[in-house]
Design a protein around this ligand. Structure first.
Ligand SMILES: Cc1ncc(COP(=O)(O)O)c(C=O)c1O
Length: 421
């Protein structure tokens, strides 16, 4: 069940109208539904319940302490990409033995920190990194558990900026070198070679790239086994897409022009994948980020003014690209709706922020409900890769974050002040 929906004419997060929150806490404002996050996490756990598994939430999607705490308390693991993320995960209560550490450029101090904290595994992306981890483990007289991230050269059919599994990407070890790199890793001291990792991209909306990857992984696990290298786990990564268009419905809203495929649910993504992975007998990890938090969050913004020239009508809002970068960064689509439906009239507009860049826009030539200065708009599906990508560009304080649980409201990050700039 979606937790951010219209009740009558007011867009609610769980039991709370977003309009009330905007009036009380100001805008721009990120608002999250606790129950949506928990439901999303549980749906992955349910799906994998018949197999020995761990769902490692990918912190990069949204690393707010309170959100991390919710997931840590539910027993999730953590997928991290820096020492800072390890620190945040531990602070929020994630068990070190459930933390996996990815990234193409881990510094030696980060490697040492992870070793001292006894994380579950390093997801290793190159031979040079294998050597660095082996050296650090020897120095610290520790054994480092290693998972090799293999780049299977499979097209995730997503945006090029978030496609990671092609040979042209910097990520992972190329497929043609996979076997020999496993053999090399097995020969290095102080390493425990335990698993294989793939992550082919983000916002993947088709099941077939995952199925192809699973088949590739299972074959490689078998080939390694025949050569005497027995892997005990498969980390299948994240990337499960979410639906951005048509995120919320009200009869007064215009029909969304952008029609995505119906985005598969986790069940659809794993339908063919799971039996293949299971057949290996390995422990299965996955690393969803976006699919846990994206639809649990909205960015609420206020219309500062409406400006018209001979070509266009601009709705100028008080959130900018520093508050939500995805549209500027990769032309990402977010549905934008009024928090209070007051009209059935529509108009074609550009929705832009106040930042001094032409790329500071949320929507171009978009048909939305007719809007006036002072209205509040909700930019939907912004719980992932939203706040984490904020900046202080143009000396704009970062927005506040609010967590809603039923009819309870909590500030989980106060709005930045000028003094903090
Ligand atoms: C290694 C790794 N795992 C997991 C994720 C999470 O991806 P998503 O948020 O698309 O599920 C990412 C993000 O790109 C990643 O790089």
């Amino acid at each position: 069940m979606n937790q951010i929906v219209y009740k009558e004419n007011l867009l609610n997060c769980e039991e709370i109208p977003l309009k009330e929150l905007a009036e009380e806490y100001g805008t721009p404002l990120y608002v999250y539904s606790k129950n949506q996050i928990v439901d999303n996490y549980r749906s992955f756990c349910d799906l994998l319940s018949g197999t020995n598994h761990l769902v490692c939430y990918s912190l990069k999607a949204n690393a707010n302490h309170s959100i991390l705490k919710i997931l840590a308390e539910k027993g999730a693991g953590a997928d991290v990409v820096s020492a800072g993320e390890i620190f945040l995960a531990l602070k929020a209560g994630f068990t070190p033995a459930k933390i996996v550490f990815a990234g193409v450029g881990k510094r030696e101090d980060e490697i040492e920190y992870a070793l001292k904290e006894n994380i579950f595994s390093f997801n290793v992306e190159s031979t040079a990194e294998l050597q660095a981890i082996s050296r650090a483990a020897l120095r610290l007289e520790k054994k480092a558990r290693i998972t090799l991230r293999i780049n299977p050269d499979i097209d995730a059919q997503s945006h090029p900026y978030i496609t990671t599994g092609l040979q042209s990407a910097k990520f992972g070890i190329e497929a043609s070198k996979a076997f020999e790199t496993f053999q090399y890793a097995a020969s290095l001291p102080s390493l425990e070679l335990a698993g294989i990792h793939t992550h082919i991209g983000s916002q993947i909306t088709k099941a077939e790239p995952f199925t192809a990857t699973a088949k590739y992984v299972a074959e490689l696990v078998e080939k390694l086994r025949s050569a005497g290298i027995n892997l005990t786990h498969i980390d299948f990564g994240g990337g499960y897409g979410v639906q951005y268009a048509d995120a919320v419905y009200h009869e007064a809203l215009p029909r969304e022009e952008k029609t995505e495929l119906p985005v598969p649910s986790p069940i659809d993504f794993f339908g063919e994948v799971l039996p293949v992975l299971k057949s290996t007998g390995c422990f299965i990890l996955i690393e969803p980020g976006r699919s846990i938090t994206a639809n649990a969050g909205v960015l609420v913004t206020r219309v500062i003014l409406v400006k018209e020239n001979s070509a266009k009508k601009f709705i100028i809002v008080d959130a900018g690209m520093n508050d939500l970068l995805r549209p500027s960064l990769y032309q990402a689509y977010h549905q934008i709706v009024p928090v209070s439906i007051d009209t059935y009239e529509h108009e074609k507009v550009d929705i832009v922020g106040p930042v001094c860049e032409s790329t500071d826009f949320f929507a171009k030539d978009r048909i939305i409900s007719k809007t006036n200065a002072g209205d509040y708009l909700a930019v939907m599906t912004t719980g992932a890769y939203g706040f984490v990508l904020t900046s202080n560009y143009n000396a704009r304080p970062r927005p506040a974050e609010i967590l809603v649980n039923g009819d309870r409201v909590r500030i989980i990050r106060p709005r930045q002040t000028f003094e903090e700039l």
